[in-house]
Each structure stands twice: as structure tokens, then as C-alpha cells.
Design a protein. Structure first.
Length: 685
């Protein structure tokens, strides 16, 4: 799809689909045809390549014994002819429901039409015949057909529940049709279709409404989409169906991999179209990585091999179609306060579980930790304190050390001491400047004699001195060193290798991204985990510039260095990390998603911790620059550090970088393919 504009969602593996609920009249195909085509045109104008209508939408579901009347059959046939003819001028694939006579039987069918051609017809497989349903009175099931082709609108076309409609011009778009009850049975036809490659599962439904049924349908459709790693489109009959004995709400749903993307208004007396943008690459990526999905395909390969594939050229708009799907700016941090608090509590419990289990296993009762007054060491100290509480040990068993160096500001030093006091740990200070100066002198470094040569050696001597002290202190006190570094720093290689902040006996933050660390600390403060004094200093730490504090500045009060000036804004780099690590997307797609999420601060929801004046926007050139920096660091220059990581608990489905867990990569890989794809396919706007 490289010939499409960069701004088109279709270029980047998305597809817009529509679920339509027209107003109908019982047994009035001419009326129903008009409203069907009106909604189809609306969906096409909005860029949807597939539009789904309800079960038996051309005739109505509640025609009962009128289905066996020749006049209704003729009117339906005429309406189908007009749908096919009109489809030549409507740029969307129409999926309409109609009764179809064939092979001496009457079938309840879903009919796919596009560009003046009937692509195929899928009969309903499972006919409900219980409680208020008696479909077997009028219809035959798919299994009763004896011919796999029928004639519709003067065309002889494929017929059966085994049809896979495969797009020839959009990778990953394969749709399958089932009808109402088919999706409620223990082994739905769509399940086999998904195993055979269908990513878009379509259900044309009537489904009368009773109390609680809408919630059940919603749960059913979202669970189908999650189980089959697919999209699930559901259109139920609405206003106009007979209310002789039942009522209708016209529920319209679009689900994807367990998420509800869109839902229409229920009980509306007007026609409506529900639009959603499907992420096809997300679906194919998850199927690629889920080995049990492939195993299930293998176990059913004989049945899957018999399914028929119908090629379809989708009417993809040539113009740029902007993505209407909301993407979270912070994929690791829920925007909702309630969901975020729940996430923070869960992460906290996982971290405490990991560290407490390690202490029990080693028999150690003490921890050693370096406290800088920054975000990462603060979160690690919080976890250490709660671990001691859980084990019934005094917090004084945490031997906490702040270790000021050449660039330590008075702000972070003060915050470190106040935090240690507020948490009731054993607080200490070791000034590393004398030992670091001696190391520089041993190396023959000019800075030992006061020269302002602030190079990587100057910085890493300090980082190494701190970690060296911590390990020897742990030896001395029979303790474990708690690592403080986070997932974002590991991804960017922003840690000192070997005897530096890269190493620890157990690292509690190693799979927690920087953007989430902030909210974990805020959660601890806001929920009163440690009292008002601790909350006060925690809030101060949250407002401090993220800095390694290794180079002295003109003002000793605040950090002189900015980590983000070197490695990029963490909020943006965490976005890049999530989509590269979780899904393996190509750089141009990540850049497209990042621009959609970050280009306009006024669109979408923000976590409430971020004030309005700090809600940043990033244009495409800035995104391209920092994504390039991320790729170079992540792929090419820092894997050797991650190959030797200490143990740490995985906390989220977004992934970890442990060589024993989610991520195994060569330390000497080239980033050329990624950087070249970024350069070639992302414009310099």
C-alpha cells in the first residue's frame, strides 16, 4: 500500500468497517432496500470498505410463515438484484441478509456483494428452535445443502458456511460470515474460519432484546474476538421488526481482540452506521507470536483445508483517510483514574511478591539500596519498605544510602534524606567524591586535578563507585542489593554496564517503564501508603527533572543534566518501545501511530497527573528524529547490557527485556534495516 498517502490508515495496516442498522418494514423488501442502500452510501462516503447489515434485513426477520409466500420471495429477489446493481456505484463491500430459495429449500443467508458482483452466499448453520424461536419451521440449515454453488441475481456463486473472503489489496483482511445463533453455539463456524486465516468475523443477527441480553451479547462478541485473535462485527435487527411477541434494540458492535471498539445507540428509531478502524497488523502480530494458536490450527488442519477462499478487491479510497481510532498516548498507563489506580496496585503487589520471595529463598533479612532522590530509586525504596512490612521485618533492615557525587543537587540530596526518614529505613550517606577522584587520578584523567573534562569516563566512574559500594555493603551486612533501573532505561541503554546501575542482586523496576514509575509513586502518595510526610516528599520528587546528576552545573540547587535531552522524551520513547516490543511493528507504522497519538494535545484523554501546560505535542519530524535515536540504541548499541540482566519480575503484558523472558536478541545486530525503513517511508514534513 506504499502508493497511498502517508496519512491514509489503509497504508499502515488499518481497515475501516461499518455496522449498519437500518429502519425496516416487515415483509417490505422495497422499503428495506432503500434504507439499506442509503446506509451503504453513508458508510462508503466515510471510507469503510466493509458494511454489515442485520440478519434477513431485506425481508425482515419476523415475517414468519410469510417467508413461504411466492410474492415475498419475488420481492426479495428483485431487491437483491437492485443491491447488486447499486453496488457497482457504492465503494464498500455490502453484507446483506436475505432468505434465498435454492435446491428445493429456503436458506437464511448472508450475501456478500461488491462492484456489481455477488462474491458469495453463506447460509445459517444453526437454526434455533427453542423458547421464542422456531426457525426450523421456515428454514433449512447449511448442512442440508447438496450443492456448493447457487444462483443469485443471475450469477452462479459460491455457497456455504466455509467461505473465506480474502482481500487481494489489503494484507491481513480476510472475512467470514455467520448468522446470529452460529455465534452462540459451543463451536461457532467463525472459530474454524479464524483458524483458517479469517481476521474479520461477521455476524448478521436479529436477536430480540430481553433484560440482560445486551450485556451478554457484548461479552460474547468481545470474548470471541479475544479467543480467536480477530475482529468481530455484530449487527442486530432494530426498529421496524414486528413486536407481536418480541422487542428489538438494534445493537451494533465492533470488537477487536477482546476490546470493544465501537457500539451504536440501542432502541433508536432512526437508521445508524457505526464506524470503527480495525488494526489488522495487531491481529496478525498476535497470531504470529501465539504458538498455541498455530497448534490449534494444526489439530484441525483437515477441516481447515476444505475451506474455500474467495478473492476480493476491496474498494480502498485513494485519498488520505485519517485514523479515527483513539490511541493512548501512554500505552503503559491507563487514562482513567480508577483503572490507573487498579493498575498501580497490581504492579505494586507484583514487585513486592517478587522481592519478598527472593528474600525468603535466600534467607536474607536485609536489603541495601542506593537512594538518589530520583524516580527509580524512590519506587524501589517503596517496594523494599512494603516488602519488609509483608515479611514482618522492621524497615530498619533496609540499609539505604544516598551517595552524592560531583553533580548531585541539593534538591535531590534533601529529598533522598527526607524520604528515607519518612519511610523509617536505616538512612546513611556516603560521599563518593573522594573515591571517585582517586579513581580518576589512577586513570590519569584530567578531572582529578580540576579540569572540566566531563566525558563518559568521568560519568561512569561515579556510577561504578556507587554500585561498588552497594555490593560491598551488602557483603558486609549479609544483605541483597536492590536494583533501581527501569524498563525505559534498559531499552535505551541508559545505564552503566557491569559494576554500575545495570547490576543488582534483584531488580524490582526492570520491567516497569518510566512513564508508569511516576504514577506508581503518585499512587503511593495519594493513597496514603506511608503518611503525610512521605506524601509530601514523594510529590517533590515527582516534580524533579529526570537526570543522572553526574556533571556539576552552575546552580547546585537543581540537576544540571537532563536525561531526556540525550535519549529523548520518555513519554514518546515509551510509546515507541511499546509498539516495537509488543508487536514488532515497522518504524513507519510506529511513527504514524505516534503522530496520531501525540500531534494534538487537545484530542483524547490525558492522565490527570499531567497539568495542561505540560501536555506536549510532537510533530512528525520530531517523532522521526527520536524514533531513529530509539532504534539505534535499542537494536544496535545496548543489547549487550540486557543480555546480562539480574533477575526481576515481569509486571505487564507490554513485555520485559529479560534474556530469560520476553526478549532474546543478538548483541551485535545492525539497526540498518529499521533506520532505512524509517528514512524511506516517513516523510520529512
Amino acid at each position: 500500500m506504499a502508493d497511498l498517502p502517508f496519512d491514509s490508515l489503509y497504508r499502515h495496516g488499518f481497515a475501516r468497517v461499518a455496522v449498519a442498522v437500518p429502519r425496516i418494514r416487515v415483509a417490505d423488501p422495497a422499503f428495506n432496500l432503500t434504507h439499506t442502500l442509503d446506509l451503504a452510501r453513508e458508510a462508503a462516503e466515510r471510507g469503510a470498505v466493509l458494511t454489515v447489515f442485520p440478519e434477513l434485513g431485506l425481508s425482515s426477520y419476523t415475517a414468519d410463515d410469510l417467508f413461504h409466500q411466492d410474492a415475498l420471495d419475488a420481492a426479495v429477489s428483485e431487491a437483491l438484484d437492485q443491491v447488486v446493481a447499486a453496488s457497482a456505484e457504492i465503494d464498500t463491500v455490502l453484507i446483506v441478509g436475505a432468505p434465498v430459495r435454492s435446491q428445493g429449500r429456503l436458506f437464511n443467508c448472508a450475501i456478500a456483494v461488491s462492484g456489481g458482483v455477488v462474491l458469495g452466499v453463506a447460509p445459517k448453520s444453526y437454526l434455533p428452535n427453542y423458547r421464542e424461536f422456531y426457525e426450523k419451521r421456515q428454514f433449512a440449515a447449511a448442512r442440508e445443502a447438496w450443492d456448493d454453488r447457487i444462483e443469485v441475481a443471475g450469477q452462479r456463486v459460491p455457497f456455504g458456511a466455509d467461505l473465506l473472503f480474502t482481500a487481494t489489496n489489503l494484507d491481513g483482511f480476510v472475512f467470514h460470515l455467520e448468522i446470529c445463533e452460529d455465534g452462540w453455539v459451543p463451536l461457532p463456524p467463525s472459530g474454524y474460519a479464524a483458524l483458517a486465516g479469517a481476521t474479520v468475523l461477521v455476524n448478521l443477527s436479529a436477536s430480540n432484546i430481553v433484560i440482560g441480553k445486551a450485556d451478554y451479547r457484548r461479552a460474547l462478541c468481545t470474548s470471541h474476538s479475544a479467543r480467536y485473535l480477530a475482529a468481530y462485527l455484530y449487527s442486530a435487527a432494530g426498529h421496524g421488526e414486528s413486536t407481536t411477541d418480541m422487542a428489538w434494540d438494534g445493537q451494533a458492535l465492533v470488537c477487536e481482540n477482546g476490546d470493544l471498539l465501537a457500539e451504536g445507540e440501542r432502541f433508536a428509531d432512526h437508521p445508524r452506521v457505526v464506524i470503527a478502524d480495525l488494526d489488522l497488523q495487531r491481529l496478525t502480530s498476535d497470531r504470529l507470536r501465539t504458538t498455541s494458536f498455530a497448534d490449534t490450527v494444526h489439530d484441525h488442519r483437515e477441516r481447515l483445508a476444505t475451506m474455500r477462499r474467495i478473492p476480493v478487491e476491496l474498494p480502498i479510497p485513494a485519498d488520505a483517510i485519517a485514523l479515527e481510532r483513539e490511541l493512548p498516548r501512554f500505552p503503559y498507563v491507563p487514562a482513567s483514574t480508577a483503572a490507573r489506580n487498579e493498575r498501580c496496585a497490581e504492579v505494586h503487589h507484583i514487585q513486592v511478591e517478587g522481592l519478598s520471595t527472593r528474600l525468603r529463598a535466600t534467607g536474607s533479612q536485609r536489603l541495601v539500596i542506593g537512594v538518589s532522590g530520583g524516580l527509580d530509586s524512590t519506587q524501589a525504596l517503596i517496594v523494599a519498605a512494603k516488602t519488609m512490612d509483608r515479611l514482618g521485618l522492621p524497615r530498619t533492615n533496609i540499609l539505604a544510602y544516598t551517595m552524592p557525587g560531583f553533580g548531585t543537587s541539593t534538591r535531590t540530596r534533601t529529598d533522598a534524606h527526607e524520604l528515607m526518614a519518612a519511610l523509617g529505613v536505616s538512612a546513611h550517606e556516603i560521599d563518593i567524591r573522594p573515591s571517585a577522584t582517586q579513581m580518576l587520578r589512577d586513570l590519569g584523567h584530567p578531572a582529578a586535578d580540576g579540569a572540566e573534562q566531563y566525558d563518559i569516563t568521568y560519568e561512569n566512574v561515579q556510577a561504578g563507585e556507587r554500585t561498588s559500594h552497594l555490593f560491598r555493603l551488602a557483603n558486609h551486612h549479609h544483605a541483597l542489593v536492590v536494583g533501581t533501573g527501569d524498563l525505559s532505561e534498559l531499552a535505551l541503554g541508559w545505564c552503566t554496564f557491569g559494576v554500575g546501575d545495570h547490576m543488582a542482586h534483584y531488580s524490582v523496576n526492570a520491567s516497569v517503564p518510566k512513564t508508569l514509575i511516576k504514577y506508581l509513586i503518585a499512587w503511593a502518595a495519594e493513597t496514603g501508603q506511608f503518611g503525610p510526610e512521605a506524601a509530601k516528599v514523594l510529590k517533590s520528587i515527582l516534580l524533579t527533572e529526570i537526570s543522572p546528576e553526574l556533571i556539576p552545573g552552575a546552580d547546585p540547587a537543581d540537576p544540571a543534566q537532563s536525561s531526556e535531552a540525550t535519549v529523548g522524551p520518555y513519554e514518546l520513547q515509551d510509546f515507541h518501545l511499546y509498539y516495537l516490543l509488543r508487536f514488532g511493528y515497522r518504524p513507519s507504522r510506529i511513527a504514524y501511530l505516534a503522530r496520531h497519538a501525540w500531534s494534538d494535545p487537545s484530542v483524547g484523554s490525558w492522565p490527570d497527573l499531567i497539568p495542561a501546560d505540560q501536555r506536549h505535542a510532537y510533530d512528525l519530524p520530531v517523532i522521526k528524529h527520536w524514533l531513529g535515536e530509539f532504534l539505534r540504541r535499542f537494536i544496535q548499541t545496548s543489547q549487550f547490557k540486557r543480555s546480562t540482566l539480574p533477575n526481576a519480575p515481569k509486571v505487564g503484558s507490554g513485555g520485559s527485556l529479560s534474556p530469560r523472558g520476553d526478549w532474546r536478541a543478538p548483541s551485535d545486530a545492525s539497526a540498518a534495516a529499521w533506520l532505512d525503513e524509517l528514512a524511506r517511508n516517513v516523510p520529512d514534513e
